[in-house]
Design a protein around this ligand. Structure first.
Ligand code: GAR
Length: 203
């Protein structure tokens, strides 16, 4: 199977990026991370990419007149690196129609809650405050909404009485690092079929 090129967009510490890079390096995913792009030049994700010898590029949205122009620039970088699949890994912006149209059905995101519950920012804390007994994480394809696209994989994490928002977030993160590489593997092995809202996994 031919290796696919991944482009990862990350705004922060990049632990999900790390799990994706490690899974690729270990041969668990028939892919390589070709480029990491961040909207935050201080993101540790960029440093992780550089340490792994991967092209790491900061793109500051305030350098562009509007979101469309900002995303056109990102598309140019992704195309130059011949990216097949875009992986959002803690990318804290809503993807606009420019990027969505260029990579239709080829953008994935990881969210730290069981969607459709608790979309948006701080999904772990939202769930903990609400008092749910189970939360978790979701990998989904990205559409024009906020964390609304077709769901690929989910993992359930129990919430304990002694949990704080932070301890819950830590256990959710462990599951994120497991299911995100798995979803990318399924994509790279052409096993995901999007059928309306449903993503079917071919065995
Ligand atoms: C992760 O928990 C990810 O699920 C979340 O940001 C964190 C990034 O951590 N993403 C969102 O909340 C998107 N709505 P990381 O930079 O260590 O991968």
């Amino acid at each position: 199977m031919k290796e696919k090129n991944l482009g990862v967009l990350a705004s922060g510490r990049g632990s999900n990026l790390q799990s994706i890079m490690d899974s690729c390096a270990a041969g668990q995913i028939p892919a390589r991370v070709a480029v990491v792009i961040s909207d935050n030049s201080d993101a540790y994700a960029l440093e992780r990419a550089r340490q792994a010898g991967i092209s790491a590029i900061a793109v500051n949205m305030s350098d562009f007149p509007d979101k469309a122009r900002y995303e056109q620039y990102i598309i140019k970088i992704l195309q130059e690196h011949e990216v097949h699949l875009v992986c959002l890994a803690g990318y804290m912006r809503l993807v606009g129609s420019t990027l969505l149209d260029a990579f239709a059905g080829r953008i994935m995101n990881i969210h730290p809650a069981l969607l459709p519950a608790f979309p948006g920012l701080h999904g772990q804390e939202q769930a903990w405050r609400y008092g749910v007994k189970y939360s978790g994480c979701t990998v989904h394809f990205v559409d024009g909404g906020m964390d609304t696209g077709p769901i690929i994989l989910q993992a359930v994490v129990p919430v304990y009485d002694h949990d704080t928002s932070d301890t819950l977030a830590e256990r959710i993160l462990e599951q994120e690092h497991r299911i995100y590489p798995e979803a990318i593997r399924l994509y790279c092995e052409d096993k995901l079929i999007i059928d309306g809202r449903k993503v079917r996994i071919q065995t």
